[in-house]
Design a protein around this ligand. Structure first.
Ligand code: HEC
Length: 447
């Protein structure tokens, strides 16, 4: 990386000083005078005028200064200023062209389906390409949009209603590569004196080795109403690049006094001396107002724990299905596999026999646990069958594969596999309701 930064710095000076001079010389000698107008800064693709707005809108939410911004999780390098972006220009053109950045795994034909999608338009892509090809010029500073304001607040969403933290600091030792402890936190009467609707959650990792945090509800108040293979759905967490949000659609998870939240931590780093650190991550919970009527969100997967991917198999197909007996409103989907995960599809078969492709992930990437949130309400009538198909690559050609010589089945470690097509949904025949009975709320108010 150092070498290429040096090379680009070097070649930039080359092109700015000498090549431009040579080009002008040639232009003056060979071309008629009006051709010089093409070199006018206002006509060229420049950083300040064309590229910075693209980066602000699509990249800087992750590529920002270290430890600043949401949940402390950032991409490796900031792409805020010309000086920061310039050494990366060629690599930016490459990852944007390949579709690696901005990270998003739903197929191109699903553009517009999900509200949290990340796509560059063809125009934006070609601007980046032209800019890099023409030597990545800076342009006029007055063309630049105002810099993006980055919150330095500890809590991105404001002050939480309830802050949980790991009961004690965990030592992530030097030799840890992957470690996934499950830490239970009981919502005691002191912490949660009464049932509340959860509106959003923000996790703040305390160590740089936190890869992701997933929160599972255990115990009282959570009905495992569909075949989830013994695993309850996740109600939130922290994944790279996913900014915490507050629900705006009147849906929420019910948290009840006395229930336990399972905090599934995933630490990931190099096993190098001096990389050990303590972690006591925090979880901020945000509630709906007490008198808010909220429609309960349910989470369950179409999944299985009973499968085995043969050693070396480059394209193992696993089909799973489940039928909703009640009409639902599907909010989001999150396909979850591990390192051999290759592709995933969700398909609906409606009671009239017609089918619809709900989600198409042609190139799954374990590093990005995207939740695909529908931009428009998705209603599925009672009797809708959901087929989830997942493909695994257990061959040596999969660079992420920890061991192509062994078959692999379900397991909790990242080196094992998983096959869960998570879905978050509400029942259309359920009504929004307050977390406590209206009489209890009235009694509290008159106290
Ligand atoms: C959701 C967060 C996120 C967004 C949005 C994002 N990136 Fe990245 N980017 C990352 C992370 C994390 C990495 C580190 C590599 C990885 O994990 O894949 C990375 C790596 C890169 C790299 C380095 C690749 C290499 O060869 O090392 C480049 C260049 C890059 N991003 C450019 C961009 C550009 C340009 C955009 C906007 C069009 C963008 N990124 C949007 C998170 C993001």
């Amino acid at each position: 990386m150092k070498a290429s930064a040096f090379w680009f710095g070097f070649s930039a000076r080359w092109s700015a000083a000498s090549l431009a001079g040579i080009a002008i010389l040639f232009a003056a000698l060979l071309a008629p005078a009006p051709a010089l107008a093409d070199d006018d800064a206002s006509a060229r693709v420049t950083f300040t005028k064309d590229i910075l707005p693209i980066l602000q809108g699509n990249c800087q939410n992750c590529h920002r200064p270290l430890r600043v911004g949401f949940a402390g999780m950032v991409a490796p390098m900031p792409l805020m200023t010309f000086e920061e972006v310039r050494p990366w220009a060629k690599s930016i053109a490459k990852v944007v062209q390949s579709g690696e950045m901005p990270p998003w795994s739903a197929a191109e034909h699903q553009r517009g389906v999900f509200e949290n999608e990340r796509f560059l338009t063809d125009e934006e892509k070609s601007k980046i390409e032209t800019w890099v090809r023409s030597g990545s010029p800076r342009g006029n500073s007055e063309d630049a949009p105002p810099p993006l304001k980055i919150s330095e607040k500890k809590w991105w969403l404001g002050e939480p209603d309830l802050v949980l933290e790991l009961p004690e600091p965990l030592w992530v030792a030097d030799d840890v590569v992957d470690w996934q402890p499950m830490v239970p936190i009981k919502l005691t009467a002191e912490m949660l004196p009464e049932d509340r609707w959860l509106r959003g959650m923000e996790c703040v990792p305390d160590s740089e080795s936190v890869h992701h945090i997933v929160i599972y509800p255990f115990g009282k108040g959570i009905k495992r109403d569909r075949g989830s293979g013994g695993v309850g759905g996740t109600i939130g967490g922290l994944a790279p690049g996913a900014e915490p949000t507050l629900s705006t659609n009147g849906h929420g998870y019910l948290l009840t006094t006395g229930m336990t939240l399972g905090v599934s931590m995933h630490y990931h780093k190099e096993a190098v001396e001096g990389t050990g650190s303590w972690d006591q991550s925090k979880i901020g919970l945000f509630f709906y107002p007490k008198d808010a009527e909220v429609l309960e969100t349910h989470v369950a997967p179409v999944g299985t724990m009973d499968f085995e991917v043969p050693a070396g198999d480059p394209n193992y197909e696993l089909k799973m299905s489940d039928t909703f007996e009640r009409p639902i409103h599907l909010l989001s989907m999150l396909p979850h596999m591990h390192f051999r995960g290759k592709a995933a599809k969700y398909e609906a078969t409606y009671p009239d026999g017609s089918t619809e492709l709900l989600l198409d992930v042609p190139a799954y990437d374990y590093d990005w646990q995207h939740s695909y949130q529908f931009a428009e309400e998705k209603h599925l009538p009672a009797g809708t069958k959901i087929d989830v198909t997942m493909w695994f690559d257990n061959s040596a050609d999969n660079p992420a594969n920890p061991d192509p010589t062994q078959p692999v089945g379900f397991g909790l470690a990242t080196d094992d596999e998983m096959a869960f097509g998570w879905m978050a949904y509400s029942y259309d025949d359920e009504k929004p309701r307050t977390a406590l009975a209206p009489a209890e709320i009235a009694a509290q108010a008159s106290e």
